[in-house]
Write a protein of this length. Structure first.
Length: 324
């Protein structure tokens, strides 16, 4: 007699597995507590948010976790804006758009688009009166890299120096120094430690491992800041902050307690990197060498910065091209 499972038993097993996964997803939602949100901010909205999550009926544990991460951050933000815990008040087009514009600026464009799409889908599913249009307006496609002006850089450094606590001063000063001084990508900056600061050719350099492995000399005056951190706190993260593995907005959490006054320029990691690149372009650093230091393999990034370069005197340009 064959021991192979019948079609009927196989179908039953599939149904059972599906039911088991739904039960797991429900348990994830019921017991969800966000790691990236302070307990005093989460507790007032926890029951409301979990019920919304249950009503969205995620089909497995992974989607349940992703749903609750997105929901929890949005609902906490809305509640802290003074909104009542009412679905028709919170899950509206205006609130979603405002949240994406105000609270998600630290995310990459693709991440913002994903979060926006998810929230619109969730909101339409849990409301009846909210005026949801059939399609979302596209996020801007003409992405541009805008470096900081010298005045903006000066203001950022001033803001960093006047933070209330030593830890806040350390984190913001380090972020500015590593961005403006080495042009490191955000992920590289987050993982850099004081052990990665080494001397080469009489200069302080940042050793960056990984797919874009390179050794970048730190531009002054930011070498002074990084060297001070190296001496005062050996063996630590340069930023004084270690992101969690699940964290999708590490820069936002690093800056969570930083005091940024209204006149402070909008702080973006990619703008710090662009400012570093532009300064070297202005000093006519060899393009191949700069591309190597920047960890890029195409000229696209440089194209964004061309409009910010000063005009070259015609006589000087002709002299350089003809090399007489």
């Amino acid at each position: 007699m064959s021991s192979a499972p019948s079609e009927c038993s196989s179908g039953t097993e599939s149904v059972n597995r599906h039911a088991e996964e739904l039960a797991h997803a429900t348990n994830v939602v019921r017991g969800y507590s966000p790691n990236a949100i302070r307990p005093e901010h989460w507790e007032p909205v926890a029951q409301f948010t979990r019920q919304v999550g249950l009503d969205l009926e995620p089909v497995d544990r992974r989607r349940a976790t992703e749903t609750m991460r997105t929901l929890s951050q949005f609902v906490v933000w809305a509640h802290r804006q003074g909104m009542p815990l009412d679905r028709e008040s919170i899950f509206t087009p205006d609130m979603v758009e405002r949240y994406i514009a105000v609270a998600c600026g630290h995310l990459a464009e693709s991440s913002r688009a994903t979060r926006r799409s998810d929230l619109r889908r969730f909101s339409a599913a849990v409301t009846r009166k909210a005026p949801w249009p059939p399609r979302a307006q596209r996020l801007r496609g003409d992405y541009a890299i805008v470096p900081y002006t010298p005045a903006e850089v000066a203001r950022l450094l001033e803001v960093a120096a006047h933070q209330r606590t030593a830890l806040q001063r350390r984190r913001l000063s380090a972020l500015l120094a590593i961005g403006l001084g080495t042009g490191a990508y955000p992920r590289e900056a987050r993982s850099a430690t004081t052990g990665d600061l080494v001397a080469r050719q009489g200069r302080l350099c940042l050793r960056i491992p990984g797919d874009r492995a390179r050794l970048v000399p730190v531009s002054p005056p930011h070498d002074v800041t990084l060297d001070r951190i190296r001496v005062e706190d050996p063996g630590s993260s340069i930023l004084g902050f270690v992101a969690k593995g699940w964290d999708r907005a590490p820069l936002g959490h690093l800056l969570e307690d930083i005091d940024l006054p209204p006149d402070c320029p909008d702080l973006k990691a990619h703008r710090l990197r662009a400012t570093w690149l532009l300064q070297h372009l202005k000093h006519r650093v060899h393009l191949n060498g700069l591309a190597q230091m920047a960890g890029v393999t195409s000229w696209k990034t440089f194209g964004h910065l061309m409009t910010y370069l000063p005009p070259i005197d015609e006589a000087d340009l002709f002299e350089e091209i003809t090399r007489r």
